[in-house]
Design a protein around this ligand. Structure first.
Ligand SMILES: [Zn+2]
Length: 239
């Protein structure tokens, strides 16, 4: 059930049987010339909504902006600084905790969010409160990794990956009608990290990072969605 499509009275009743809230988080950032700027929140939102349906849990609206400073050189990308991102999560969590929510399950679609989100949780847990927070970076799930390794191998890459692009091809077929798919050559590069926006454009001029999204298909996306939803649902049930 989507939190945004319920009423406060529904949530009050829900809290009597469950104190769990699923929170999808992503980013609004370029994903190379052949994939969507909303990729990271589109994937996280879809997985979160299906997990919520599976388990009868409430799903918060996705946080569609993330920590993506290195993408700012590409038009359309948006980013919150780590310090802002930490504050946003702390303030959202503190509000929900004050109402009785205790268990928070983040479903994350963007690597840049991991570090500041972990910082936010560390700050939250500085005080003795009963809240429990778990984070699922869906592309790190063992079943997803195994699938991507088998079907995409080294061409999956680190950004605008075959896996995430496939998932959006499955959920957003209309958007992909406007985009011509093409194959890319992978050119391995070593560099320091993190990169500034200017450095990102020097090392990864078209925005991909070692990926060949030309291998992506909606069918792979459907399979990856199912694997992610099943694995995350099983893990939540075992908590
Ligand atoms: Zn992404």
């Amino acid at each position: 059930m989507e939190l945004a499509k319920t009423t406060w009275t529904y949530v009050e009743e829900y809290l009597k049987r469950s104190q769990t809230l699923i929170i999808p988080i992503g980013s609004t950032e370029q994903h190379g010339p052949t994939a969507l700027i909303g990729t990271d929140y589109i994937t996280a939102t879809k997985i979160a909504q299906e997990v919520g349906e599976n388990l009868g849990l409430l799903v918060a609206p996705s946080l569609n902006y993330g920590m993506a400073n290195h993408h700012l050189g590409f038009p359309g990308s948006a980013s919150l600084n780590p310090s802002t991102y930490i504050k946003v999560h702390l303030e959202l969590l503190e509000g929900w905790i004050s109402q009785g929510f205790k268990n928070f399950v983040y479903i994350n679609g963007h690597g840049g969010n991991i570090m500041p989100l972990n910082c936010a949780i560390s700050e939250l847990k500085r005080s003795d409160n009963e809240s429990k927070v778990s984070i699922f970076n869906w592309w790190h799930l063992p079943s997803v990794r195994e699938y991507e390794e088998k079907h995409f191998g080294d061409e999956n890459g680190h950004h605008a990956t075959c896996g995430e692009v496939s998932l959006t091809m499955f959920t957003e077929p209309e958007a992909f009608k406007q985009i011509e798919s093409k194959s890319f050559k992978i050119e391995p590069k070593s560099h320091h990290w993190p990169l500034s926006p200017k450095e990102m454009k020097i090392y990864h001029p078209d925005g991909r990072m070692l990926s060949n999204p030309g291998l992506s298909t909606a069918k792979h996306g459907e399979n990856l969605l199912e694997l992610s939803v099943n694995e995350i649902s099983e893990k939540i049930k075992s908590f």
